[in-house]
Design a protein around this ligand. Sequence first.
Ligand code: UDP
Length: 247
Amino acid sequence: MTSAKKLSSKRRVILKLSGEALREAGSKDNISPEIVDRMACEVKAAMDTGKVELGVVVGGGNFWRGASASARGMDRATADYVGMLATVMNALALQGALEEKGVPTIVQSAIEMKNVAETFIRRKASRQLANGHVVIFAAGTGSPFFSTDTTAALRASEMGADQVLKATMVDGVYDSDPKKNPDAKRYDRVSFQECISRQLQVMDSTAFSLCMDNKIPIIVFDLEKPGNVTAALLGEDIGTVVDSGDA
Ligand code: UDP
């Protein structure tokens, strides 16, 4: 059967938003309604052009990270399930803000949670994307020992996405940590191979391998600069492109 994706000429992208991105720096609140609202405005501006199909993978690090809890003695798998549930809270907050602005949005959860979200079904998600809905993928992969970066790479592979957009707090990929090295050099474009050999922290290694194997470019960009989320969704030239390096 022809996939929903093949019927459309729109760009199909998966935006990875970390949980931390939804928290106001220094605030005790895990989610900032103002930041969520700004994200929703930027997404709406891109969706209104009719040029993009958007899936969003939200993290949960503003509430909880399984690895940190495990390092403090908690069973890792249990801690990871807590982390996955945290992502659902972020997904609902984002959905609320998008719907308030009239952007049709569906949350699909990898862990069944019928009262608040649909359960993830790949083909349904793909159809919803083609129908112009923003699909928010919640609860990660549904399995412990993974991250939401890996979820973004996995959903991008499953949905036949053109790109993964990795929204971060820095404006791209550098050859060393720009916070520690004032001479760090920023790449406009860098290959998967160079990221591996130089051990550049783009995404975690599982996520990175999935994107590399499935030839899905990753765009790393600064989400704090106003307008950048819209620009990234519309394929404008911002941040660093990580790809196979072919001409
Ligand atoms: N998590 C998981 N499996 C997944 C995705 C996430 O177990 O497929 C858990 C893991 O504990 C992780 C937490 O959910 O620490 C929150 O996700 P992540 O750390 O990726 O969020 P972010 O750093 O992007 O906010």
